[in-house]
Design a protein around this ligand. Structure first.
Ligand SMILES: [Cu+2]
Length: 543
């Protein structure tokens, strides 16, 4: 335990209390405290900020990241006689134009763009990616050396890429400690033995993931399959990726990330800004035809949960979740998408020829759709049933793990770190499911935040969410439910890899640990939380 951590524990009396009850470290931050915290410690920027809301909106066309082509073929590490596509994606410092009236922004991207290029592949088509760190030696953003894994003896610039949603052998998963320095690269093998889905690649370096993603290190990776092809969903120029993240800029157009001013930590508990980039642009517009479009949404923000709707109140359809299609389209008027999650949407602009429709997040405008006059012919289809999703039966679960989501506070009730099951990253592994076993994980959230919890390697289903009384748990480890078990709504009833675990609720997920044995991680996808201990290794062990 570092001195810093011990000091916090002693300051808050958590060491003694913890020994007495076994339930230490789990604390509850009230809304008023949280807002006081936000005012007192957050929003500290080194330089004045650009008021992005004052920029002229909808003056830049929505960029679509290019699709990357393989550089050639190389041997499959599993079957050396087979030649498979080989890609190379290099991380470099670049400049980007985020808006017509904002000066060019220094950021980090892959192959010269942020978001990086989109990788398109097919189910069961294995491939290799060489992730090359060609970044400069100095970080773009202030590094907090008091965070675990990010101490002064580590080089400031480190990177390791994880393919979110991929079922891959552990050594190619982008383990947070497998980072490399500028000038080095990692050759990763992706079997793609999984169904069609929107995956995404992003940095996962221990202690600085929030900074590396903020700088721009992420991109999309689509797995396609013949089943999905057969549905005749909108495709080609009618299928558009929308990658969202919020950012702050200084008056020179440079990325600005706030720091807490009090030593010893620069860490802030969550990053929020009131302007959002879509595919790297602020307030872009997209010209569309009066017909159906398929939008592949990705929330790549550090902490922002987007509540997306259309300005005309129009209904649209969610047809897929993190790991592929739902059983049937779910009609929605808004969609709530947390960091790490994906949403596959169909919006039908037929009947709206000539209109301008804005995609909104609560009171904020995100982007504009300009519907052309038409008429057009639309031969695409949105079937009323999409596919069969067999539910994993609760009775197949060999065990239920109770896992707490908590935080530690300092004397002033400011969060100092976030914890899963009261354990630190470096503590002994406690989650060790057997390969091909089914487990239920019951996530008890003792904080005021929704935590998007992500498990690597597996796909899971949401069983239910249910309010519980924290006091009973503090006092005796008893889960006292105080509300009905609410099953996942239709638009969450598919295969997931990230789940919104809401405040005061027990969120139960069920999964079969199919795939590979080895060491993976599970963590909160609020990147400030993930970097400050809300991440744990887990082992899939041989049965
Ligand atoms: Cu969290």
């Amino acid at each position: 335990m570092s001195l810093t951590r011990r000091k916090f524990l002693q300051n808050t009396g958590m060491v003694a209390a913890g020994l007495a009850t076994g339930q230490q470290h789990v604390s509850h931050l009230s809304h008023s405290l949280q807002s006081r915290f936000m005012q007192s410690k957050v929003n500290r920027y080194a330089t004045p900020l650009l008021d992005a809301q004052k920029l002229e909106k909808f003056v830049d066309a929505l960029p679509i990241p290019p699709v990357i082509q393989p550089r050639g073929k190389r041997s499959n590490p599993e079957r050396p006689s087979e030649q498979i596509p080989y890609y190379r994606l290099s991380m470099r410092q670049i400049t980007a134009k985020v808006h017509r009236d904002v000066k060019p922004t220094r950021c980090w991207g892959f192959e010269g763009t942020s978001p990086g290029p989109t990788l398109e592949t097919r189910s069961s088509q294995p491939l290799l990616v060489e992730w090359a760190n060609e970044l400069p030696k100095a970080h773009l953003l202030p590094v907090d050396y008091s965070i675990h894994g990010s101490e002064k003896d580590k080089p400031a610039v480190r990177a390791v890429t994880h393919l979110h949603g991929a079922k891959v052998p552990a050594k190619f998963d982008g383990y947070p400690e497998d980072w490399i320095v500028p000038g080095k690269s990692l050759l990763y093998y992706y079997p793609n033995q999984q169904e069609a889905a929107q995956l995404w690649y992003h940095d996962h370096t221990l202690g600085i993931t929030r900074l590396n993603l903020y700088a721009g290190l992420f991109g999309n990776y689509f797995v396609r399959d013949s089943f999905e092809d057969g549905l005749n969903l909108p495709k080609g120029k009618y299928e558009i990726p929308l990658t969202l993240c919020d950012r702050s800029f200084d008056l020179e157009g440079q990325l600005s990330y706030p720091i807490a001013p009090d030593p010893p930590t620069l860490w802030i508990p969550e990053f929020y800004a009131d302007a959002s980039l879509v595919n790297g642009k602020l307030f872009p517009y997209l010209e569309v035809e009066p017909r159906k479009y398929r939008f592949r949404l990705l929330n790549a923000a550090n902490a922002r949960i987007f509540r997306l709707a259309l300005s005309n109140g129009q209904e649209f359809y969610q047809i897929g979740t993190d790991l592929g299609l739902l059983a049937a389209p779910a009609p929605v008027k808004q969609v709530l998408i947390a960091p790490g999650e994906r949403a596959d949407l169909i919006i039908d602009f037929a009947g709206h020829a000539g209109e301008k429709i804005v995609l909104t997040h609560d009171p904020f405008e995100i982007m504009q759709f300009r519907v052309s006059k038409g008429p057009v012919s639309d031969t695409s289809n949105m079937p009323s049933t999409l596919r069969t999703i067999s539910r994993i039966r609760e009775s197949d679960g060999v065990s239920t793990r109770i896992l707490t989501l908590g935080q530690k506070l300092d004397d002033n009730n400011n969060p100092t770190l976030m914890l899963l099951n009261n354990a630190h990253w470096s503590d002994t592994v406690t989650e060790n499911p057997k390969l091909n076993s089914v487990e239920i994980w019951n996530l008890l959230n003792f904080t005021d935040d929704t935590h998007p919890i992500h498990l690597h390697m597996v796909r899971f289903q949401i069983l239910d969410r249910r309010a519980f009384e924290p006091e009973y748990y503090y006092q005796g480890g008893r889960i006292e439910y105080i509300g009905p078990a609410v099953p996942a709504p239709p638009n969450e009833a598919g295969w997931k890899d990230t789940v919104q675990a809401n405040s005061g609720a027990a969120t139960r997920i069920i999964t079969k640990f199919a795939g590979y044995t080895g060491r993976y991680v599970w963590h909160c996808h609020i990147l400030e939380h993930e970097d400050n201990e809300m991440m744990r290794p887990y082992d899939v062990i041989a049965p």
